[in-house]
Design a protein around this ligand. Structure first.
Ligand SMILES: Cc1ncc(COP(=O)(O)O)c(C=O)c1O
Length: 477
């Protein structure tokens, strides 16, 4: 059986996707002809993603429409995900050796970009919410970082986070700009925000200079599609274009580019009705989840946003089901959802499971999730099972070396227990969500190692750049 046969068999099964991509394999909503029938790249007559102004202008027109809908000055499609768009933005918005303030709950692609751009990062740690997830970064924290490091030139935040927590971008942007620095927001999980006022505001409208969004995560668009928005004069759009050309294939798939265009037109023509129906599904879900006795869902059902004073705002499209205080773990819950109810979720923590939703979800999909959660909940008991987290308090830190300096050192592999106090040469993270527990250049602590061990024991996928973990860690010689 070929890989294709295996994928088709999976796609045709009754497994329902509460995960990315945001099109949810909903072929009634999104369709194209057989991709082999029109797969091409920049040949004469077919425009050029790398030079949209020079040719027919189809892509330029589509990007202009996107800029209008997202309220940016310029918007650029890319087919290398937010990963590529973040690398391009960071290269375009910085100069080597500049100081950059980075929320420490950022995605691994940002740390890789910082190493490539040879930047000198200062890490801002968010506070933890009582549910063990990162709360918002507060404007006061950013102010404090500038007081300590006035030479910060670029600030990089993730908002919303993987779990749906937003920061006060407006408040933060005004502090960043008053220090003559620029603000880049990783809004990989927020491409849908602009299209309905009942959702929190997008960073494209609240003062960020650069914003990166994965179209494929929360909108109905094919995997790999993303968009990079230039929102102010603090970024030169020509530098952005040059850097996109650096990180992106020279043969971009027009199947993907057409998917971006289809998605944007769908939002323009039918966004209103699609979001009305989506909102209705989320409201019904909320009502149903009020009946849970053991599980609880972040900012849904009986849990309201006001219970989380550390959250500036929350995206209700994210459904984080907490198993805390019950006799089931996150991995056990996602296994039951998969094996008994044929519901595949997005991400599993030790004490929670994340279901991702979008306008492409169906009433049937939501009804299946509601039924499954209520049935599972009725079989659970209360049990103390608090999980610790490696982020303990809100602080500002730096590595012993910058990621770039660490990568220039010679590598040495050591057993994890012998790595305490050494400088990490590699990053280690659970994927998803791809937030490094350990960043290249940081001093390795006992707490980080014990957290990594716990995740591994709980069956989560722990990835180290050298692929050596759990047998060894790569440290600087
Ligand atoms: C917060 C965040 N930023 C960036 C990315 C990278 O996005 P992409 O998969 O579109 O490259 C991810 C991926 O999950 C993410 O969660």
């Amino acid at each position: 059986m070929t890989l294709y046969d295996k994928y088709i068999r999976y796609a045709e099964s009754d497994m329902y996707p509460f995960h990315m991509p945001g099109h949810k394999r909903n072929t009634e909503l999104m369709h194209m002809m057989n991709p082999y029938g029109f797969d091409a790249t920049e040949i004469d007559g077919l425009d050029d993603l790398h030079r949209p102004d020079d040719k027919e202008g189809w892509i330029r027109d589509s990007e202009k429409l996107a800029a209008q809908l997202f309220h940016s000055k310029y918007s650029f499609y890319t087919v290398n995900g937010s990963t590529g768009a973040l690398i391009a933005s960071i290269l375009a918005m910085s100069k080597p050796h500049q100081k950059v303030l980075v929320a420490r709950n950022c995605h691994i692609s940002i740390y890789n970009a910082i190493a490539l751009a040879r930047l000198d990062p200062v890490y801002l740690w968010p506070k933890m919410d009582k549910d063990g997830i990162c709360a918002s970064i507060k404007p006061e924290q950013v102010q404090q970082a500038f007081a300590q490091y006035p030479d910060i030139r670029l600030v990089i935040l993730v908002s919303p986070t993987y779990e749906g927590v937003l920061s006060d971008i407006k408040g933060i942007a005004s502090i960043v700009h008053s220090h003559n620095a620029s603000l880049l927001v990783d809004e990989a999980h927020g491409a849908h925000l602009t299209f309905d006022q009942r959702f929190p505001e997008s960073a494209t409208e609240t003062g960020a200079d650069g914003v990166v969004q994965s179209l494929h995560k929360t909108l109905p668009c094919l995997t790999q599609t993303a968009i990079l928005h230039v929102c102010s004069d603090r970024i030169d759009p020509n530098s952005v274009k040059r850097m996109i050309a650096v990180e992106e294939t020279s043969s971009p798939s027009y199947v993907l580019v057409c998917s971006c265009d289809q998605c944007i037109h769908l939002m323009q023509d039918h966004g209103r009705e699609l979001f009305d129906a989506y909102w209705q599904r989320l409201n019904n879900f909320d009502q149903q989840m009020k009946n849970l006795q053991n599980l609880h869902i972040l900012c849904h059902g009986n849990d309201i946003k006001e219970n989380h004073p550390g959250f500036y705002d929350f995206d209700p499209g994210k459904i984080l089901i907490s198993t805390k205080g019950t006799n089931i773990t996150g991995p056990e819950l996602s296994k039951t959802l998969r094996e008994t109810y044929h519901l595949e979720t997005e991400y599993t923590r030790m004490d929670a499971v994340l279901a991702m939703t979008s306008v492409a979800d169906t009433d049937t999909g939501f009804a299946r999730l509601e039924k499954a959660l209520l049935e599972i909940d009725a079989r659970l008991n209360k049990q103390e099972n608090m999980q610790e987290s490696f982020i303990t308090d809100s602080t500002i830190t730096t590595g012993a070396l910058s990621p770039c300096q660490a990568l220039e050192k010679e590598a040495e592999n050591v057993e994890p227990d012998k790595a305490i106090g050494r400088i990490a040469r590699e990053a280690i993270f659970a994927y998803p969500p791809g937030i490094p527990i350990l960043v290249s250049g940081e001093n390795i602590t006992r707490e980080q190692l014990s957290y990594l061990k716990k995740m591994q024991e709980a069956g989560l996928q722990v990835v180290s750049a050298s692929h050596g973990f759990p047998h060894h860690l790569e440290v600087c010689k």
